[in-house]
Design a binder for this molecule. Structure first.
Ligand code: FAD
Length: 344
């Protein structure tokens, strides 16, 4: 007997692809979701990210959209951080502190969407670091993809979804095999969707262990592709890092490595006793006109492609909200009813 289920394929197994796949499989009735990807966790761009919820970089994207997607993700992470699954999912609540040696005339743009923000007094800033005279504190979440991706993959499989290793060369061919295609290929969309507006943004970080750092700390530097930050994780702490627009080289640079380690130890002296787990370079998938989340009808007469890529430095911060919009677009594209309640 032929299957009556809507066959959906999600291309890409990073944080964008896996969250879409899971939401589609669990929130739409009568669907069968397959994730198709040429590589998986722990080898992806998503895996090296410290996973801080801070939707700072997705330049060119409508700020109202960023607000909606990041708020949905924030609420989801909050719920998850308070659930018994938090450690298994790699999601934690963390205090965050931005410090500066100069007076801050306005809230830094990097913090535009953050919540529960408190301005520090000069004294409070100094207590955080002797060179600081100003700063902000707030609370946020970390969602570590290296832990989160295996967890959500298992949940997808338990819900009936499947995962296949395959490099996709043409979206048109997939439209012949499936009822709906969701393209979450990050920088891979340059080739797959012929999108020349994708830009790699190089980020170098160091993953360390053996240090009891519990809050996120960052030192604001203006006009540089480098900034100092420490993101505490469940098993490892991420020290960063660089934001190098248009640089596609993913080799570790020794000079940057030394700069990251020196600056992070200066910001948080407890790091002097840490053990380096590994150096890591990732390429953030930026796009000149911002995130592409839209339905594309040009590949096939009846089968639609939903693109969801180009999340730059905010893919973790936006993933659950973007996946919600993909579910809404899939509902319309397949003409099926949408069950509103998400099953966490
Ligand atoms: C150093 C660094 C730090 C970061 N820190 C943060 C942070 O703190 N907070 C935050 O929100 N974001 C952060 N980011 C950004 C975040 O990591 C990215 O936005 C996010 O990982 C993008 O996820 P994605 O799933 O869209 O892409 P990817 O993780 O790149 O996944 C793409 C998937 O598509 C597959 N694929 C590609 N082409 C094909 C093809 N032709 N056929 C089959 N499969 C294909 C790949 O194998 C992969 O599975 C950071 C990034 C870097 C580099």
């Amino acid at each position: 007997m032929l299957s009556t289920k809507h066959q959906i394929v999600v291309v890409g197994a990073g944080i964008s692809g896996m969250s879409c796949a899971y939401r589609l499989q669990t929130e739409l009735p009568n669907v069968q979701v397959t994730v198709m990807s040429d590589d998986f966790t722990p080898n992806l761009t998503s895996d090296g990210s410290g996973g801080l919820w801070e939707p700072y970089a997705a330049f060119g994207t409508d700020p109202d959209k960023i607000k909606i997607w990041s708020d949905i993700t924030y609420e989801y992470l909050e719920k998850l951080a308070l659930s018994s699954d938090s450690l298994k999912a790699g999601v934690s609540c963390v205090g965050a502190h931005y410090l500066s040696k100069d007076p801050l005339l306005e809230i830094p743009c990097i913090m535009r969407h953050t919540k529960h923000v408190r301005r520090m007094t000069k004294e409070q800033a100094r207590r955080m670091h002797p060179a600081a005279i100003d700063g902000y504190s707030y609370s946020t979440f970390t969602c570590e993809p290296k832990i989160y991706l295996p967890w959500i993959t298992e949940k997808l499989k338990k819900a009936g979804g499947s995962v296949v290793k395959r490099r996709v060369r043409e979206l048109t061919k997939l439209c012949e095999e499936f009822d709906l295609v969701v393209n979450c290929t990050g920088l891979g969309a340059e080739e797959l969707a012929g999108d020349a507006s994708l830009v790699p943004v190089r980020g170098q970080v160091i993953k360390v262990k053996g240090v009891n750092v519990v809050s996120y700390k960052s030192w604001l530097l203006n006009g540089d592709s480098f900034w100092v930050y420490i993101i505490p994780g469940i098993n490892t702490t991420t020290l960063g890092g660089t934001y190098e627009y248009g640089v596609g080289d993913n080799k570790v640079a020794e000079g940057e490595r030394k700069r990251i380690m020196d600056m992070c130890c200066w910001l948080e002296p407890a790091l002097k006793n840490c053990t380096v787990e590994k150096d890591w370079v990732g390429l953030r998938p930026a796009r000149k006109s911002g995130i592409r989340l839209e339905v594309d009808s040009t590949y096939h007469s009846t089968v639609k492609v939903i693109h969801n890529y180009g999340h730059d430095g905010s893919g973790v911060s936006l993933h659950w909200g973007c996946a919600a919009e993909v579910v809404a677009k899939a509902t319309e594209s397949l003409h099926i009813p949408y069950i509103l309640a998400s099953k966490l």
